[in-house]
Ligand binder design. Structure first.
Ligand code: SF4
Length: 470
């Protein structure tokens, strides 16, 4: 049986990409631990609290959505709902076209990736510029982000320098500061000539109707300053009950995602500008996107909707580091992507992504770092079961040694024989292992001496002893 797609990606991954991912994620893992636990020694309690609050909110999402819409409309915001990608795309294009917007800058947003915003605007002759530096590089390269927070985690300085040179942004340089200045110069002109702007939303407060966006580059704020029409595209699960709850989530988000005490810019958008405000958009629209979220809410994986997109589970995941974000073939990569993606695509799309929940050792690291305590390993197991029920070919184990292990572990006789013969592994050299791919696998691994196969014998003796005591 051929390798599953995610295994194939990992196998073919360019070593340069692999090195870039390893370097970036290592720094983030250490940084998160130092900053989060340095500031909050009881951080795990905060994670649990944040998870419980999310559980409560998602369980009452209908009520909170209603409250949010009422508040937003009283603030002068025009609210739209889109149950599907097509509906969201149509409504967004309509808003811009109706208002004569022909160019806009947008800040980073994963939900707009779900909608393929750049492709949509190209089809409709509307110019869009990604204003987040990483997303800007993604746009120039006609690529896709490979990480929720760090879209070009798969690229190094040399690759970015080549891209900028190729697009005429300036002289070739690998100096990050100079590269940033080149991008800034290019984008400033786009900001000044844009009549629209767009963002996602990290959180939406039901209490005040505020859309909250965090950035480290101030690009959302720049976009808002000159634009007449602002559209925030937000997943329905981003609602939190009150403004006060932001204290909890913003503190956890910055520390878990980029190991910062606080993101550099936090924007709170309540509505269009008032008569007393000299600047700011004249119109504010919020498009709430469903796109499979209601179905996820009704499923046994609803906890996936608690995600605040910090990216910590990606950084800590050995599979993500080995395979890269593109291996997940969906907007959302990594452990949370392996849960979210197969849910968001619905029943029809599920078989194509059924290999993702299999791509995990269930080590639990993703759950340990998650600021909202999502039990990702449990959800992966549920999806594996779903794959088995659907008899999805992608959910099957294909590659040795796991394929051989699967056959052995599914048969009590084979398992018992394997345990009895396990001690032979201590005697024979690795080169005598009969399966060639096993030999390759063992080349880089030193297995501990076999000590198994004694449990059944021990249990039998124990039962016998118990009986004689009675
Ligand atoms: S699942 Fe948790 S750790 Fe992963 S991105 Fe979402 S909030 Fe962050």
């Amino acid at each position: 049986m051929p390798l599953q797609p995610i295994d194939q990606f990992a196998k073919e991954l360019n070593p340069e990409v692999n090195a870039a991912i390893h370097k970036a994620t290592k720094g983030r893992i250490e940084g998160r631990k130092n900053v989060l636990f340095g500031d909050f020694p009881e951080a795990n309690k905060l994670r649990e609290w944040a998870g419980e609050l999310k559980r409560h909110t998602i369980s009452h999402l209908d009520e909170y959505l209603e409250q949010t819409v009422t508040k937003m409309e009283s603030n002068g915001v025009q609210v739209h709902f889109a149950s599907t990608v097509e509906s969201a795309r149509t409504q967004i294009v309509d808003i811009y076209k109706k208002n004569g917007v022909t160019r806009f800058c947008k800040s980073k947003s994963m939900v707009t990736e779900e909608l393929d915003m750049r492709g949509l605007m190209e089809e409709n002759d509307i110019e869009v510029w990604e204003s987040d530096l990483g997303e800007f590089v993604v746009q120039l390269d006609n690529d896709h982000p490979s990480h929720i927070v760090t879209p070009i985690i798969h690229k190094n300085k040399r690759q970015v320098a080549e891209t900028f040179k190729q697009h005429g942004l300036g002289e070739y340089t690998e100096d990050p500061q100079t590269l940033t200045r080149q991008a800034r110069k290019f984008l400033r002109e786009k900001y000044l000539s844009s009549t629209g702007t767009m963002s996602g939303g990290n959180f939406v407060s039901a209490e005040s109707g505020r859309v909250v966006v965090v950035t480290n580059e101030g690009n959302c704020r720049f976009g808002l300053a000159g634009a007449k029409v602002y559209i925030a595209v937000v997943g329905i699960e981003k609602i939190i009950p009150t403004d006060e709850d932001l204290t909890l989530y913003l503190n956890l988000l910055a520390r878990s995602s980029t190991a910062q005490h606080w993101s550099v810019y936090t924007e709170f958008m309540s509505g269009p500008r008032s008569e007393n405000q000299p600047e700011g958009p004249e119109q504010m629209h919020v498009v709430f996107v469903d796109n499979g979220r209601t179905e996820t809410l009704a499923s046994d994986c609803r906890e996936a909707l608690h995600c605040i997109r910090c990216g910590a589970c990606l950084n800590v995941c050995p599979v993500f580091r080995q395979a890269s974000g593109h291996a997940y073939r969906h907007t959302y990569p990594g452990p949370i992507g392996a849960v979210l993606a197969p849910n968001l695509v619905g029943k029809e799309g599920f078989p194509e992504l059924a290999d993702l929940p299999k791509a995990s050792s269930l080590c639990g690291a993703c759950n340990e770092v998650c600021p909202v305590n999502i039990p990702i390993p449990d959800l992966l197991l549920k999806l594996r079961y779903r794959g088995k029920e659907a008899n999805a070919p992608m959910s099957k184990i294909s590659a040795p040694p796991m394929g051989a292990w699967s056959t052995m572990a599914s048969s009590p006789t084979a398992w018992s024989l394997a345990l009895k013969g396990g001690h032979l592994m201590n005697v024979f050299p690795k080169s005598m292992v009969p399966v060639p791919s096993m030999q390759t696998w063992l080349k880089d691994r030193t297995l501990p001496a076999w000590q198994g196969g004694q449990f059944r014998k021990w249990l039998k003796q124990r039962k016998k002893a118990d009986r004689s005591e009675v």
